[in-house]
Design a protein around this ligand. Structure first.
Ligand code: SF4
Length: 368
């Protein structure tokens, strides 16, 4: 196992409002809690003796919900890690990505911003309890550009109530017209403990979600984006290095309320209980990843991207020639145009069709 841990995920759980569909670890923003939280977070990061990071990702919640001085306190603390960092992302909601936040982010070398847009229809945004409008998105993107940010992601949700195909087309077109470098489209999951769950809102059907993914695939390709992971498209060279850490099954530190991490062969989840977290009881669950689980994770995660499985790396890691042990399965999947065997680069990777039925492919390859 590659024991180098070069990525750090930091969770800021505060939001100024709570969206009806959201199941992330999050809390209403109160300054006194946020002050204590930042102190505890810094102690948790210190406990890992981190060195030589390649990526930092501050997600949430809403990192930009923090007051400017707390936001700066965190970024100032992190400044000691940034020398080796190639990609440094913050997540933001359009309405809280203010000019002062952008100035602070720039000052401390943040070089990527991920903006939660979800849809560009103002009426629908209101019905799901988002606080921003499409005009806020445009302003946030223009301000980010004016402050020198040239690597922007936007998130859309597939299957929100009232977002039909025509609206989805408009959403994609609106965002691409704004010149973003990266776009994530995740299909709506309804969790029972959310307002959506309580209201009985249904998830999109497979055929509707597929229709929208098909549209995104052709539209974004035509606009010069590479579909490099099931739900992610990027302009060439703007793929998310941090998220690729997860998809390549590499290890990462995860700090903050409810954050997950993977260090020294152990996958862990932090507590979602703020009192526990503030008292320094960070980790709630640990999973020791044995060889069999490691093999499963490796297959499952690497096949999410167009880079797929590096067969030499697989052989070295698991002492197994996958082309031999799964010869029949791989041959059939290649014949059905769900997988490609790239002999030159010694890889197998999914086609677009393969990505759409990835669970079936994974099931065939993980069975020993
Ligand atoms: S979707 Fe984002 S802004 Fe909305 S409640 Fe969840 S974490 Fe907060």
């Amino acid at each position: 196992m590659n024991n180098k841990v070069q990525s750090l995920y930091i969770h800021i759980p505060f939001c100024t409002h709570l969206c009806d569909y959201c199941d992330f670890p999050k809390l209403q923003y109160f300054r006194n809690f946020a002050e204590k939280y930042i102190e505890s977070l810094i102690k948790e990061i210190e406990s890992y003796k981190i060195k030589n990071l390649k990526t930092i990702y501050i997600g949430g919640g809403t990192p930009t919900a923090l007051d400017d001085d707390l936001f700066e306190k965190l970024l100032l603390y992190l400044a000691k890690y940034i020398k080796t960092v190639k990609e440094y992302t913050i997540e933001a909601n359009p309405e809280s990505l203010t000019n002062s936040k952008l100035l602070i982010a720039k000052k401390y070398a943040v070089n990527r911003i991920s903006i939660g847009v979800e849809t560009t229809n103002n009426k629908i945004l209101k019905t799901i309890n988002r606080q921003h409008t499409f005009e806020d998105v445009k302003t946030a993107i223009i301000n980010a550009r004016n402050n020198g940010f040239d690597n922007l992601n936007v998130d859309l949700i597939i299957g929100l109530p009232h977002v039909n195909k025509a609206q989805f087309k408009e959403d994609l077109n609106n965002l691409v017209t704004l010149g973003i470098e990266h776009i994530s489209c995740y299909s709506l999951t309804v969790h029972p403990n959310t307002v959506f769950g309580i209201k009985g809102i249904e998830e999109p059907t497979d055929s509707f979600a597929r229709d929208l993914y098909d549209y995104a695939e052709s539209f974004l390709k035509e606009k010069g984006f590479v579909h490099y992971e099931i739900s992610n498209w990027a302009k060439s060279g703007r793929e998310s290095l941090h998220n690729l850490t997860y998809w390549k099954d590499e290890q990462y530190y995860g700090v903050g309320l409810g954050a997950a991490g993977y260090i020294n062969g152990i996958r862990y989840k932090n507590t979602r209980n703020l009192d526990k977290y503030l008292s320094g009881n960070y980790i709630d669950e640990k999973e020791i990843v044995d060889k069999k689980d490691d093999r499963t994770y490796f297959i499952m995660l690497n096949l999410r991207t167009i880079y797929g499985i590096d067969l030499a790396e697989f052989k070295e890691k698991f002492d197994e020639n996958l082309l031999l042990t799964k010869h029949d399965e791989i041959s059939a999947l290649v014949k059905d145009k769900l997988l490609v065997h790239d002999r030159e680069n010694d890889r197998i990777y999914p086609t677009y069709e393969g990505m759409m039925v990835l669970d079936q492919i994974i099931m065939q390859l993980i069975e020993e």
